[in-house]
Design a protein around this ligand. Structure first.
Ligand code: CA
Length: 230
């Protein structure tokens, strides 16, 4: 498993497709690209990307039809439509067929990236989180705050519990300190990445996760990866 989110780009104009591909690649995303609606539909259903950037005016199948069929095929990730300035586009229909947002060409890559991030964040939030999780003789219930380590009740602070919950929800993914700060501490201004490290240390101690860490691994230069139960 990897932390990289997968984005499918469906765009017939090679120049736009390739620059998007390069840019989003550089931003740490895995990119799959298609030049036609049919190919996009196929890849959308077979690759199950985290998000799809979908041009509306495509040769062959119209972007709206692609989106409609993606939804019919149970694709549930966000779809971001690309439209060209001056193109006669009925935005309401776009939302009707299951689209989530629009960006008008020409767009700045920064703007597109911001929209992509916002959509991915929203999708992440909508995902139901697990109420409990067990691994290696450790069981934790995130609603009752109950933690048992080899049958022994163990107390976690509210923050440690939240951190553990986030780690478990994203197990197998490399999480940077910055992401943890953003998601668990909501960028609280009093908090630095040192705080993240301290909480990780405490969590490891309470989970009996002594070096070499079997549950919360350090990814040097980046952050942490939770692998308990994987
Ligand atoms: Ca086009």
């Amino acid at each position: 498993m990897t932390a990289k989110k997968k984005i499918l780009i469906v765009e017939d104009e090679a120049q736009i497709r390739e620059s998007l591909q390069d840019y989003l690649n550089m931003q740490g995303y895995n990119i799959v690209a298609a030049a036609t609606g049919d190919e996009g539909l196929q890849l959308g259903l077979s690759e199950n990307p985290d998000l799809i950037v979908l041009d509306i005016m495509l040769p062959g199948m119209h972007g709206y039809d692609v989106c409609r069929q993606l939804r019919a095929g149970n694709y549930s990730g966000p779809v971001l439509f690309l439209t060209a300035k001056g193109e006669e586009v009925d935005k309401l229909t776009g939302f009707d067929v299951g689209g989530d947002d629009y960006v008008t060409k020409p767009f700045s890559l920064l703007e597109l990236l911001a929209r992509i991030k916002a959509l991915l964040r929203r999708a992440e939030k909508d995902k139901p989180e697990e109420e409990s999780y067990s691994f290696d003789g450790i069981s934790v219930n995130f609603t009752t705050y109950d933690l048992q380590v080899q049958g022994k009740p163990t107390k976690l602070s509210a923050k440690e519990m939240e951190l553990l919950r986030f780690l478990v929800a994203h197990r197998g993914q490399v999480l940077s300190r910055e992401v943890l700060l953003e998601k668990v501490w909501n960028y609280d201004s009093d908090v630095s990445t040192r705080t993240v490290d301290t909480h990780i240390l405490n969590l490891r101690r309470k989970l009996n996760d002594s070096p070499p860490n079997r549950y919360i691994q350090t990814v040097h230069g980046v952050g942490y990866k939770f692998v308990g139960g994987l």
